[in-house]
Design a protein around this ligand. Structure first.
Ligand code: 5AD
Ligand code: SF4
Length: 460
């Protein structure tokens, strides 16, 4: 179902909370863990909080409404969020009006929701990722009846349109195009917490992009757990073409893609709209071993993966590639790990994000035999990092003495000089000096030094 919420104007809960907190000088603070989808959701939470009459606090300590937007992808992220919550125990004791909400993927895990409800009495509500728009309702219930609410398992197929965002950056915007995932990779919690794939209408997405570009946004990142399987009246390459055809000085990025859906049509659209669609592709490998890929339910082989890499580079020679790798999947042997290192050598990604496998309750891999010891996983990830650091360093060398276009993100004074930071179209981090760059605009930078993780230069 598609729900249309025009945030502030019509939601009775927003208006009621606004009335309740009017004149009280109430402040909010949002913590964000996890992926860009959560970043995008947090921007909507900020808009809802402001529509309800809360003002943004610089520090959580000063806030009357704290929302923790959580991630469930690995245990580490969950532990961080749970220990953060502990900081608010005393605050709640001293201030009965204090509201602590836990939203996002952890709230959609049944066992975590129960822990929050039973062991964290100072958590006032939880909302799953697809329920962000119900935040005002939860706040209202607590302010009026002191009722804690733990909404669970409802509306998982819905798409909510019309929520506003308070964006972190005036020149960069996230645009969610689809939600959920149908792939059920055996290690992954996402399909359980974010539900099945559903795509927004093409017309809604295109209208949103028009509005963003008209307001001066220079970079749009299309978001989804699996953007290539976007499907409405348009498929993903058609959607990309339509956005690329909008007039204006902007660049389009997208995340994340599954190799199985990386079609020739998509690659040719990227090549056709080179100036508008960033020559950058995040293509998660996960493992270079066919037997591990099979047990991960990834549905491609290492050869198939490498052939996609070859096609991308064949059509868009300047393209930068990044990937995700999991080490220590159950039953991963030394030979499997060597296969992963071998694919990294062959694919030569610009960047690889490597993660230690973390068993997630309710996923098939968590029940597999041969879970590996932490020491083995720790030793293996070090080998992945060492190899990739070397490749990343080598991949950046050709940038030396080249002039690149950079979208300027920030300006900072450091020890008497001004350093600007931005990203190339290929998503490389660039620090540069200059007399007069404008944050939020494209500028040309000549690279004078390269490293594995960034480029240094001066405005040309
Ligand atoms: N353990 C470790 N890493 C994981 N990822 C997903 N699930 C797990 C898990 N259980 C990684 C994958 C994915 C990235 C976002 O997080 O590499 O692409
Ligand atoms: Fe998780 Fe696989 Fe879906 Fe990515 S494609 S969100 S790794 S299940």
């Amino acid at each position: 179902m598609i729900l249309d919420k025009k945030t502030a104007g019509v939601d009775p809960a927003v208006l009621s909370v606004r009335e309740l907190v009017s004149g009280l000088n109430r402040y909010y603070y949002v913590y964000t863990f996890g992926c860009q989808q959560n970043e995008a959701d947090s921007e909507k939470i900020r808009a809802l909080a402001e529509a309800m009459g809360y003002r943004r606090a610089d520090r959580a300590e000063d806030a009357d409404l704290v929302v923790v937007n959580t991630c469930a992808i690995r245990e580490h992220a969950e532990m961080k969020a749970l220990s953060l919550l502990g900081n608010f125990r005393a605050k709640k004791k001293n201030n009965p009006d204090f509201i602590l909400g836990v939203v996002g993927c952890m709230a959609a895990e049944g066992h975590i929701k129960d822990i929050l409800k039973n062991k964290f009495p100072y958590v006032t509500f939880t909302l799953e990722p697809n329920m962000i728009h119900r935040l005002p309702e939860s706040v209202f219930r607590y302010l009026t009846d002191r009722k804690r609410s733990f909404v669970f398992g409802e509306d998982r197929g819905d798409i909510v349109e019309g929520l506003e965002s308070v964006r972190q950056s005036p020149h960069k915007a996230w645009v969610s195009i689809m939600y959920g995932c149908n792939n059920f990779c055996t290690y992954c919690i996402v399909p359980y917490v974010r539900g099945r794939e559903r795509s927004r209408a093409g017309s809604d997405i295109i209208a949103e992009c028009h509005r963003l570009i008209d307001s001066g946004v220079r970079e749009i990142t299309l978001l989804g757990q699996n953007v290539n399987s976007y499907r409405s009246d348009l498929d993903f390459p058609d959607l990309l073409s339509k956005i690329a055809e909008i007039d204006g000085d902007f660049i389009i990025r997208f995340m994340t893609s599954h190799p199985k859906d990386t079609s020739d049509k998509l690659i040719s659209v990227m090549a056709k709209y080179k100036g508008k669609i960033a020559p950058y592709f995040h293509l998660p490998l996960q493992s270079g071993s066919d037997s591990v890929l099979k047990r991960m339910n990834r549905t491609y082989t290492r050869d198939k993966f490498l052939s996609i890499v070859e096609k991308l580079r064949g059509s868009i020679p300047e393209i930068a590639l990044s990937t995700d790798v999991i080490v220590g999947f159950p039953g991963e042997t030394e030979t499997d790990l060597e296969d992963t290192l071998d694919v990294l050598e062959k694919a030569r990604f610009d960047t690889a994000y490597a993660f230690i496998y973390s068993p997630r309750e309710g996923t098939p891999a968590a029940k597999m035999e041969d879970q590996l010891a932490e020491e083995i996983k720790g030793e293996r990830i070090k080998r992945v990092f060492a190899l990739q650091d070397k490749i990343s360093y080598e991949k950046n060398l050709p940038y030396l003495n080249k002039t690149v276009r950079v979208l300027v993100d920030s300006r900072e004074e450091r020890g008497g000089s001004v350093i600007y930071t931005g990203r190339t179209d290929t998503n490389k981090l660039v620090h540069f000096t200059c007399d007069d760059a404008s944050v939020g605009e494209f500028t040309n930078v000549k690279i004078t030094k390269t490293g594995a993780f960034d480029l240094i230069g001066a405005k040309e």
